[in-house]
Design a protein around this ligand. Structure first.
Ligand code: ZN
Length: 192
């Protein structure tokens, strides 16, 4: 399956989700078939937000998607290691970076207020993606939408910039890195 075909399959799953389908039911046979190996169609790097569960959003069953979740889908060593495993050992042809409407991590980075503990390090990883966003006194809905999109694109670039193995696969045409945004209100996923 090519990266584009995998992306189309995910978007088909999202259409089923929009039509009211729940997460696909799984039986003992599905579990048993997956005991010895896995062959997911795609890797998804997604925000941790409880309202954006990829298995639901893409109507995906066991073994179909390899998911890495971290607030604001920021890139760090553990995230890269997990994705390199999916690319190099599970041979996924697609990494989808999935952001979402009203992402709290992006909002915190935009607002620029005081954050404490390890949240600070997380927010700092988002800030470079927002350098071209002019916030003004209030963060409007349009500015938030632009910021979410910029953060998705930034993450897409970072995956290739930092990871040699991911970049080589992309350059060889064996891997696609796509970006998409999830609407909390409609449930729709749109590529960016
Ligand atoms: Zn979020």
């Amino acid at each position: 399956m090519t990266g584009r075909e995998a992306l189309e399959k995910l978007l088909e799953g999202n259409r089923r989700y929009l039509e009211g389908g729940g997460p696909r039911s799984t039986g003992q046979t599905d579990r048993e078939n997956l005991v010895d190996s896995q062959s997911p169609m795609a890797a998804i790097l997604c925000c941790s937000d409880s309202r954006v569960p990829p298995e639901h959003v893409f109507d995906a069953g066991l073994g179909e998607i390899f998911i890495v979740r971290v607030a604001g889908h920021v890139v760090g060593t553990s995230v890269l290691g997990s994705l390199e495993y999916a690319v190099d050992h599970l041979n996924v042809s697609l990494i989808l970076v999935l952001g979402h409407e009203s992402c709290g991590a992006v909002k915190a980075a935009l607002a620029g207020g005081e954050v404490h503990g390890s949240i600070k390090g997380l927010v700092e990883r988002i800030k470079p993606s927002l350098i071209d966003i002019d916030t003004g006194p209030d963060i409007s809905r349009e500015i938030m939408e632009a910021a979410v999109t910029e953060n998705i694109r930034y993450t897409q670039h970072q995956l290739q910039d930092i990871s040699d193995s991911i970049r080589k696969k992309v350059e060889a045409g064996d891997l696609m890195i796509a970006g998409a945004v999830y609407s909390l209100r409609s449930g729709e996923v749109n590529t960016v």
